[in-house]
Unconditional design. Structure first.
Length: 162
């Protein structure tokens, strides 16, 4: 029985895509609320379950660069990451889709750090990542909940650089 459970867990883990790589946003294939928000965006992803490290670099129109380094867990354990400010995130799987849920509990960081009840740097949002069957394209569907103008949905399409 125990061997069957271990084999089943291994089969599920193998079915999950590995998003590791260097990715460049294809603005022409993406649907952004404000395509002028940044001139170029790249992501470097390192996925060694349960560790998920994401380095984001945005080149803004004024020439400044925004950088974020996120250390998350793919096993559902919540983490506090800095994405503009401290934000709570957890990763869940829905089949081959990876859902990264941000600030859904309404707090910016772990309650033990003294941030009880404080709102996050942004409203709650979810990234839903899918990988193309050939592994050359990563799609990040972003759903921002409850912005003052209502929910915002974006579709960011990244191409593998290497």
């Amino acid at each position: 029985m125990m061997l069957a459970c271990m084999l089943n867990h291994a089969a599920i883990a193998q079915d999950r895509p590995d998003f590791s790589g260097q990715w460049v946003l294809n603005k022409a294939r993406s649907k952004q609320r404000d395509p002028r928000q940044f001139m170029r965006q790249t992501m470097e992803v390192s996925q060694h379950d349960p560790d998920l490290d994401i380095q984001i670099r945005d080149l803004e129109p004024d020439g400044h660069e925004f950088r974020a380094y996120l250390k998350l867990k793919t096993n559902g354990n919540a983490a506090v990451a800095i994405l503009g400010g401290p934000q709570r995130a957890d990763v869940r799987w829905e089949g081959r889709k990876m859902l990264i849920r941000w600030n859904l509990d309404g707090t910016a960081s772990d309650r033990s750090a003294g941030a009880s009840g404080r709102q996050g740097a942004t409203p709650p949002f979810t990234w839903t990542w899918t990988l193309s069957s050939d592994g050359k394209m990563l799609v990040n569907e972003t759903h921002l909940y409850g912005d003052v103008t209502g929910d915002i949905v974006e579709r960011l399409v990244y191409e593998r650089k290497r």
